[in-house]
Design a binder for this molecule. Structure first.
Ligand SMILES: C[S@@+](CC[C@H](N)C(=O)[O-])C[C@H]1O[C@@H](n2cnc3c(N)ncnc32)[C@H](O)[C@@H]1O
Length: 443
């Protein structure tokens, strides 16, 4: 299989691997098998540790962008992920020497992406860390949490001694000269914050769990801010070593997939996993980190950002009445059914989601070069007993945009996706597979 690098189905059909066949259906089955086999092969490859820099819910497995980039681009080409999250596609692009743009509405996500794809000298980081430790050890300044940054119930989330150590660490990192090294420390700070808080790292949404309370009561949990941050930096220094030195230009932009920035055009490959319908409240999962790093300044800013997310469940009451149709008869029937069942908010969530995704896919199509490819990972959802076949509607949107579907196959979750699976179960129905959709923009 690994010799088959040419993603042209016609070639495939006449290859030794697949028997010569004629019907359209068989061609589709062959293409699906072919791409699925290539993706599975990609999953066997060990990845750069930078992928583990920061937790992020709904992360792509790197094999998906890895597979897409290797099969649909060459070195120097341009890749886009317009729902780039923590930058998995961008890091794969960097590793494979492709240029890439990432767009995400969450500023912490684009910040993490930038740090994960920026090569800096290990020695400079080590020297900075040494100086920083000395400064922190001799820093006797009194610190207040009152107005400096946004963290509701800070005393609920952090033990008093941990809070003091964290405030000192944060202050001294912020006093470093602006630039890549300071960003590296700030992103590391964000990555380790949850581990020294009362929020259970096993939970998707921040919560002081029974498990942690019990461990605390029994004195079995030792929080040591300095030791923990030292370990965090050490591990990330090794990740940094694995990042290649090459000419790939990577840019993570805070922006909206429904209205892509002007500088993005002439893209050879788009690889995305958009949010699922009401699956994960992304902002809530990172609320503590975003406050401490200053990416949200108050509750109003938090709520305002949340309403802008594709897949949001946050609507003003007055907007619930205004449920737009999607233009897909089966889906519109389901939306009406939700309304009849009194599920006005969920009817709005579903209709808004597909209208937003139509805009996002139309933007993807606009910036994609002729013969360029779009690879999407998506999952169907169950919303209050209504099974929504998201992938089928995406196929329809793509067809309306004149994007040619070249493959569509199921991709089963691997062991590492279990936490996501559990969280999805309670929000949008049980799923044990995703869909991979591959399109080509025709001449
Ligand atoms: C499934 S996650 C992507 C995860 C990413 N592939 C990774 O590996 O980290 C979906 C992302 O879409 C982002 N998002 C939601 N609405 C958006 C919008 N209107 N424009 C851009 N990004 C958006 C969310 O912030 C979230 O990071």
């Amino acid at each position: 299989m690994s010799k088959l690098r040419e993603p042209d189905v016609e070639t495939l059909i006449t290859s030794d691997v697949f028997p010569a066949i004629s019907t359209k259906m068989n061609v589709e089955i062959t293409a699906n098998k072919y791409y699925k086999a290539l993706l599975n092969k990609e999953k066997e490859i060990h990845r750069n540790g930078m992928h583990s820099f920061h937790r992020y819910f709904g992360k792509l497995i790197p094999a998906i962008p890895g597979f897409a980039i290797k099969n649909f681009t060459k070195e120097g080409d341009y890749v886009l992920d317009s729902f780039s999250g923590s930058g998995t596609s961008l890091l794969e692009a960097k590793n494979l020497n492709r240029n890439a743009f990432g767009v995400d509405i969450n500023p912490l996500a684009t910040f993490i992406s930038k740090v994960k794809t920026t090569k800096i000298d290990r020695k400079i980081v080590e020297q900075t860390w040494e100086k920083l430790q000395k400064k922190i050890d001799t820093d006797k300044s009194k610190l207040s949490t009152k107005s400096e940054f946004y963290c509701i119930n800070i005393d609920h989330w952090f033990k008093d001694f941990a809070k003091k150590d964290l405030l000192r660490l944060r202050k001294n990192i912020l006093e470093l000269p602006e630039g890549d090294v300071r960003d590296f420390f700030l992103a590391s700070f964000s990555a380790f914050l949850r581990g020294v808080s009362n929020a259970d790292p096993r939970h998707v949404f921040p919560g002081y769990s029974k498990r942690l309370r019990k461990l605390d009561a029994e004195g079995k949990r030792k929080i040591d801010v300095k030791a923990s941050f030292t370990r965090t930096i050490k591990r990330r220094l090794d990740y940094l070593d694995a990042l290649p030195v090459n000419r790939a230009k990577i840019k993570a932009i805070e922006g909206d997939s429904r209205d892509l920035p002007k500088e993005i055009r002439g893209i050879d490959l788009i690889v995305v996993n958009p949010p699922y319908i009401s699956s994960i409240r992304y902002l809530e999962t990172l609320k503590i980190e975003m406050g401490w790093l200053g990416f949200i300044g108050n509750q109003k800013e938090y709520l305002s950002l949340d309403t802008k997310l594709v897949g949001t469940e946050r609507f003003y009451k007055k907007d619930l009445e205004d449920t737009m149709l999607t233009g897909f008869p089966k889906l519109d029937k389901q939306i009406f059914q939700l309304k009849r069942d009194g599920q006005h908010k969920m009817a709005k969530v579903v209709s808004q989601y597909f209208n937003d995704m139509r805009k996002s896919m139309s933007e993807m199509n606009r910036v994609l070069k002729k013969n360029g490819h779009l690879v999407m990972k998506i999952s169907d959802s169950t919303v209050r007993n209504e099974k929504i076949k998201t992938h089928e509607h995406f196929l329809q949107i793509a067809e309306d945009l004149n994007l040619k579907s070249i493959a569509c196959f199921k991709d089963s979750f691997d062991e590492n996706s279990r936490s996501l699976l559990t969280s999805r179960n309670s929000y949008s129905g049980i799923m044990n597979h995703d869909w991979i959709l591959i399109f080509r923009k025709e001449e």
